[in-house]
Design a protein around this ligand. Structure first.
Ligand code: NPQ
Ligand code: MG
Length: 371
């Protein structure tokens, strides 16, 4: 295909529930949507970088800048572009996986729509529906946390993930586990711990609560530290921020740093690389699940396709649209018996709703080839 123009659109979506993690309180999602205009039709992508560089080094303004000045011009230079060609075309630019992933997603959407194949079919999804979990932020009191968990369990979520940080770990986990002895329960630290004595003691104290996993307890660049921690705690370690590619997943597994992997397409540079991460984990017997970055319905659609792959054996952070947004910018994804359907239509299988998009839009920039 030939890429004619790229529209970079910022949308502001208020969150249904404020979301607090160890890296701050989120009230609104500042999402960067990408529309590619090609000779075979349009395609949509979503960049999952946050407004501020707190989860990782990428952030929305920076992602928009690198797309406009460094990535999109490299795509314009390719005569016969396809989704598989995006990664090699952008490989000279270091880093910026979330920006690259959004462009690849949009090109993949345009390509798949042009010949009527869905994301799920392209990625090798084997399921029509996926089990859904929900990620729950840090609350001022245990009472408020329990009320949130209660509500999500009523809605049918099959797994609860609690955000933890030093000082908010053993007590909230104990309270949830005592009230619901049999639910699937896991925790996510977003790199808030170290190997200091007090921290290891707190993490080891979680051993008695039969957690599925503890996600990213230590900093992103400390794979070796996770391997040490794995010998000191019984809960399986799952890596999120540390896994940047199929190669880094292979390395972390070989070093004993994790026994489960959270896969996020943005973090690894695209859905095609995410599928490769799945493949190496599956070959190593390591379970994977689909992470979430507070995506709109566009990213949610692609995540459901990914989560339909055979190695995704644990429920993901693939929550219903109304966990985050009312309204979502696509037709909403609605939980049925704790599951969501893998979209079946061409490409993502969903389009943005023009009226919702218009209300949410904060800015639109169109990038065209410089002649
Ligand atoms: C995680 N996601 O697994 C991330 C963290 C996260 C669903 O827990 C704006 C943009 C806010 C991205 C909050 C979940 C965010 C964000 C949390 C990502 O680590
Ligand atoms: Mg995480």
């Amino acid at each position: 295909m030939r890429l004619d123009a790229v529209e970079l659109r910022r949308v502001g979506l208020p969150l249904v529930t404020p979301f607090r993690t160890s890296f701050g309180l989120q009230l609104e999602r500042d999402a960067l949507l990408v529309r590619v205009i090609t000779d075979v039709g349009d395609g949509w992508g979503e960049c999952v970088a946050m407004a501020e560089p707190l989860y990782s080094s990428e952030y929305a303004d920076g992602a928009q800048h690198v797309m406009r000045d460094h990535l999109i011009p490299r795509l314009f230079a390719i005569e016969d572009l396809d989704a598989a060609g995006v990664k090699p075309a952008l490989s000279a630019v270091r880093g910026h996986p979330m920006a690259k992933a959004a462009l690849e997603m949009a090109i993949l959407d345009a390509e798949l729509r042009s010949f009527g194949q869905s994301f799920g079919e392209r990625l090798g999804a084997v399921r029509d529906v996926v089990d859904c979990g929900v990620s729950i932020g840090i609350f001022p009191t245990i009472r408020e946390l329990l009320a949130q968990v209660d509500g999500y369990l009523d809605e049918g979520y099959k797994r609860i993930k609690l955000k933890i940080e030093p000082g908010w770990d053993v007590e909230p986990v104990r309270a949830v586990r005592e009230r619901w002895p049999d639910i699937l329960l896991q925790v996510d630290a977003n790199a808030a711990y170290s190997l200091a004595d007090g921290h290891v003691t707190a993490l080891a104290a979680l051993d008695s609560f039969e957690l599925l996993l503890v996600e990213q307890p230590l900093p992103e660049d400390d794979v070796a530290g996770h391997a040490v921690l794995a010998t000191r705690i019984a809960t399986p370690i799952c890596l999120d921020e540390s896994i940047l590619s199929a190669e880094s997943a292979t390395d972390a597994i070989a070093r004993g740093a994790c026994s489960i992997v959270n896969i996020k397409a943005g973090r690894v540079g695209g859905y095609l690389e995410a599928a490769r991460v799945h493949d190496v984990c599956r070959a190593a017997g390591v379970a994977v699940w689909c992470g979430g970055m507070l995506e709109t319905g566009l990213g949610r659609a692609a995540n459901l396709a990914l989560a339909g792959m055979p190695g995704f054996t644990l429920p993901g952070d693939t929550s219903g649209s109304d966990r985050y947004y009312r309204p979502d910018i696509t037709e909403p994804f609605v939980l049925e018996d704790g599951q969501l359907r893998v979209p079946k239509g061409p490409g993502l299988g969903v389009w943005p709703l023009a009226d919702v998009l218009a209300v949410a839009t904060r800015s639109v920039e169109v990038v065209r080839p410089s002649t």
